[in-house]
Design a protein around this ligand. Structure first.
Ligand SMILES: [Fe+2]
Ligand SMILES: [Fe+2]
Length: 244
């Protein structure tokens, strides 16, 4: 189903619960009544076209319309991607860590299994942090520099050499899957942790990991299929301006 601005946001959430964290990232808090997407965006001063694009991209994996997506500024896109990173690090990771601890205190896990799960999760967390730091410290600032240069700011020699040495294409090629290890973690929980009498928290943990996995997948798709093509256009633009 294509999500459109006339729809009531409440109906959209009833239709796809997974969109709750997305609307939250745009600063929309639950409790918005019967308002349409359009009315809420106006009230919250959100770019409605961008909001709808992100909602649709998360709602339907087939939804991608690159020509249209090029109309959004790279900084708008990066602001959104950074908010998503904050959501992973400040909300999801602590929630999952909390559930692992709770499993131990509620005797759903013995000491050996707890240590194994904890160790695996810490490794995963560090991998995710490195991935995010690399994007925020090396990739995103480069994109912003490119966008500024495309809008008439002076084009520095450093920027030109970066375009030549490490174009966005090299980021795309190395953009590894951070979801892969999450699948391994889910497998530990589903297949290998010894069964316990109560598995209440184990179910919650499995659910949280599944939700995070989907979110990370959608996030990576936005980076690969929206950000990268946009940056390739900017790189070509800056190179052609340099020769003027
Ligand atoms: Fe990212
Ligand atoms: Fe990424």
């Amino acid at each position: 189903m294509l999500l459109e601005k006339e729809m009531k946001l409440a109906d959209v959430i009833h239709h796809d619960y997974n969109l709750v964290p997305i609307i939250n990232r745009f600063g929309i808090m639950l409790g918005f009544g019967d308002d349409s997407i359009e009315a809420i965006c106006k009230k919250e001063q959100i770019n409605i076209d961008f909001f709808l694009t992100i909602l649709n991209a998360f709602h339907d994996p087939q939804y991608l319309d690159n020509d249209y997506l090029q109309s959004f500024s790279a900084s708008l896109l990066i602001d959104y991607l950074q908010k998503t990173h904050r959501y992973y690090l400040q909300n999801k990771i602590p929630e999952i860590e909390g559930l692992i601890k709770e499993m131990k205190s509620e005797f759903e896990l013995d000491n050996v299994s707890y240590n194994l799960l904890q160790k695996f999760f810490i490794e995963y967390k560090n991998e995710l942090i490195n991935h995010i730091e690399n994007e925020e410290n090396r990739v995103y600032p480069y994109v912003i520099d490119l966008e500024n240069a495309g809008h008439g700011h002076p084009i520095s020699a450093t920027l030109i050499s970066r375009i030549k040495k490490y174009p966005i294409h090299s980021y795309e090629a190395e953009h590894e899957d951070v979801e892969e290890k999450l699948t391994d973690l889910k497998n530990i929980i589903i297949k290998y942790l010894p069964p316990s009498k109560s598995q209440r928290i184990r179910f919650r943990l499995l659910k949280e990991l599944t939700v995070l996995e989907k979110d990370l997948n959608d996030h990576a798709r936005i980076e690969d299929l929206i950000l990268v093509p946009k940056v390739e256009i900017l790189e070509n633009l800056v190179i052609s301006k340099q020769h003027l």
